[in-house]
Design a binder for this molecule. Structure first.
Ligand code: ATP
Ligand code: MG
Length: 423
């Protein structure tokens, strides 16, 4: 390992339970360090709960040393150890990278923390902290890059991206999250390998997207996706002209962070068609339920908003959006309005009218209609495809005038409209 390794002394606030786990491993003779995102975030002054440890002990030793362990990813050297605080921490044996196919890094065990840090993707993620000696191991200058807000690959950037193309998306995400500049050599290599992103599995792309939208301000990473042309490769279905893009990502930011899926749907409202969206959800390995929800919401979001003073129009809108989807659709519209700097007060009137009407539970679906096919049969009509048409027509009438929703009035209407002189 390089002799330039910067070693700083500074005290990070590591949870006591993590220190205890490290002490037990060290007492048994195994060097143990805090690594990864928690160290990085602590150096940035951000708090987080998921402290990861890297240790010279192999998984079988780790499992024997602690009473409560969980085989989180033993094949990758990770054992979950339950700390004194009840939290399960990931303890991973030192590893080094092996040859890969760019889709997933293949690993083997290593003996030193230096080797373990060298396999990590970016300098800011390759800093280790010794929780007993309060020592920082930073062989790649990650601390300096953190201070200067520079995202830099560990080692030769092109090689590192070729080992695992996911690192391209991770890089864009970290640069967005921490508002970093991507170091020129890293940026050039990243851009050059963007076309290879097609080789990533849908699952990994989806998981990255979920992490992007978990950020307070996903627009920054999404702008980088677009700027690096990664958007075009991983989400070719999203084709938005520049002037709409800004609004779109502003709307993603404006959707609540606590509802990550809605943020994704917001982004996917820009997909050209429902068919394209369905295909995309399948490719990204979203569940059928998630796919259905995204399709429903995209369609609902596309329905023109009603004039809030027109009660019929409001009911018609509710009927077309569907009771189940109303609240999320309102949330999506609110985010779009904020994203384009639109008139929030005007939208709030629409939302209020819609939600107030929804609470009054006006009949909006065929199931809520006072008559069904049996009633039409009893009424003397011949069952057939026309039944559906008649019932839909009745529903329209009822949405226009909820007072119509009685058996008598509807059958009266059917006799006039459907069986009268023409029937
Ligand atoms: P987050 O805040 O998103 O969890 P993180 O840095 O903790 O960020 P993880 O995906 O949890 O990211 O990974 C933990 C650490 O493992 C990273 O900090 C990095 O050192 C290393 N790592 C993870 N994925 C890769 C990868 N694909 N290539 C190289 N190193 C990686
Ligand atoms: Mg993490």
């Amino acid at each position: 390992m390089s002799g330039r390794a910067a070693i700083a002394h500074l005290k990070l606030s590591v949870p006591k339970a993590v220190v205890e786990i490290a002490r037990k491993l060290e007492d048994a003779g195994f060097e143990t360090w805090c690594v990864g995102g928690a160290v990085r975030d602590a150096l940035l002054g951000l708090r987080r709960a998921d402290w990861d440890l890297a240790t010279a002990a192999r998984p079988d030793r780790v499992r024997r040393l602690f009473r409560r362990t969980y085989p989180i990813g033993v094949e990758f050297g990770t054992v979950g150890v339950r700390g004194g605080d009840g939290v399960v921490y990931e303890v991973t044996s030192f590893r080094r990278d092996m040859a890969t196919d760019g889709r997933r890094a293949v690993i083997e065990y290593a003996d030193t923390i230096e080797e373990d840090l060298a396999r990590r993707d970016f300098t800011i993620n390759a800093i280790a902290y010794h929780p007993l000696r309060h020592e920082l191991k930073d062989p790649f200058g990650g601390l300096r890059d953190l201070e200067r807000r520079v995202l830099r690959a560990v080692g030769h950037p092109l090689t590192r991206f070729e080992e695992d193309y996911l690192r391209i998306l991770r890089g864009l995400r970290f640069a967005g999250r921490f508002d970093m500049t991507i170091e020129p050599g890293t940026w050039t290599a990243l851009r050059e390998r963007v076309p290879r992103l097609v080789r990533l599995s849908g699952e990994r792309v989806r998981e990255e997207l979920l992490k992007v939208v978990a950020d307070p301000q996903p627009s920054r990473a999404l702008n980088l996706y677009r700027g690096a042309s990664a958007l075009l490769v991983v989400y070719p279905e999203i084709q938005v002209p520049d002037e709409e893009w800004e609004r779109l990502v502003a709307a993603v930011d404006a959707a609540r962070r606590s509802r990550p899926f809605l943020r994704i749907v917001m982004l996917f409202t820009a997909v050209s068609s429902l068919d394209a969206l369905e295909e995309m959800m399948r490719r990204l390995r979203f569940s059928n339920a998630e796919s259905d929800r995204a399709l429903t919401l995209k369609a609902a979001h596309a329905v023109d908003l009603p004039d809030p003073s027109d009660a019929r129009a409001v009911r018609r809108w509710l009927g077309r959006v569907g009771t189940e989807a109303v609240r999320d659709t309102v949330r999506l519209h609110a985010a779009s309005v904020r994203g384009r700097g639109g008139d929030i007060a005007a939208f709030a009137r629409v939302a209020r009218a819609a939600l107030t009407t929804l609470r009054q539970r006006p009949p909006l679906t065929l199931a809520e209609l006072a008559i069904d096919g049996d009633d039409l049969k009893e009424f003397g009509l011949q069952p057939g495809p026309q039944f559906a048409e008649i019932l839909k027509d009745c529903l329209e009438r009822v949405i226009d005038d909820p007072g119509m929703n009685t058996r008598e009035r509807l059958l009266q209407y059917v006799s006039e409209r459907w069986t009268g002189p023409r029937g």
